[in-house]
Design a protein around this ligand. Structure first.
Ligand SMILES: [Ca+2]
Ligand SMILES: [Ca+2]
Ligand SMILES: [Ca+2]
Length: 234
């Protein structure tokens, strides 16, 4: 019995020791990760805009190192925009016939300082745009840092007409649910959307049955009344 207890105690002590070592390794790894990203890049702009608005995009770069850092910043531009400021792209690359435009900057940032880059674009289409990650390469170490991506919604300019390129999703002010706008909105609004192959509002079987039943009811009522009147006249 004593032997068994001593064995159990040894196993428990060994388990506690192994668990402590594991936790220590976890803490060290976590602290390394905290300090791994010494350059923090954040991209910001307004999340919603209207077509033809000029959007200013800000890229904030924090140098968390103890010494100055020189970074090459690369910004991939989204499709379907006009570049307003600067007016020229820095570089154009071609991937299987697809043109991709970039803006580039080289910056030296002092320790603990934040540098901000801005550029301006004008979206040329309504819908959702995704601004890709900004990348920054430390030219002395080759370390690479990235920002967040950013999604923005470009809304239509309302003119009370559901125009060709607009629909219920991109321009709800102009294109009402159930309208002939090229998309099936599948809304229960008592309007049969002509863009839907099947929609509860387009299902007339219930309505037809209802009308038939009413007509039958009226006919039966008229027959009964006629029979009663005939009986009374006899
Ligand atoms: Ca419109
Ligand atoms: Ca529709
Ligand atoms: Ca409908």
């Amino acid at each position: 019995m004593k032997k068994l207890l001593s064995k159990l105690l040894s196993i428990s002590l060994l388990s506690i020791f192994l668990l402590s070592v594991f936790l220590l390794i976890l803490i060290i790894t976590a602290s390394c990760n905290v300090f791994a990203q010494e350059v923090i890049i954040t991209k910001e702009t307004s999340a919603e805009s209207n077509l033809n608005d000029i959007l200013e995009i800000k890229i904030n770069i924090l140098n968390g190192y103890q010494s100055p850092i020189t970074l090459e910043i690369s910004e991939k531009l989204p499709d379907n925009i006009l570049l307003i400021d600067p007016q020229q792209v820095s570089e154009t690359k071609y991937y299987n016939g697809i043109t991709v435009n970039f803006l580039k900057w080289t910056l030296t940032i002092n320790p603990g300082q934040v540098s901000t880059i801005t550029y301006k674009i004008k979206p040329t289409q309504i819908g959702t745009y995704t601004l890709p990650q900004t990348t920054a390469n430390d030219i002395s170490t080759g370390n690479s840092f990235t920002s967040n991506t950013f999604s923005l919604n470009v809304k239509c300019l309302s003119n009370n007409i559901c125009d060709v390129n607009e629909n219920y999703l991109t321009c709800p002010l102009d294109c009402e649910s159930g309208s002939n706008d090229g998309i099936c909105d599948n809304m229960a609004d008592s309007i049969c959307d002509p863009d839907c192959e099947s929609e509860p509002d387009c299902d007339n079987s219930f309505n037809s049955l209802y009308i038939i039943l009413i007509v039958l009811g009226v006919i039966i009522f008229v027959i009964i009344i006629t029979l009663i009147l005939r009986k009374m006249h006899r």
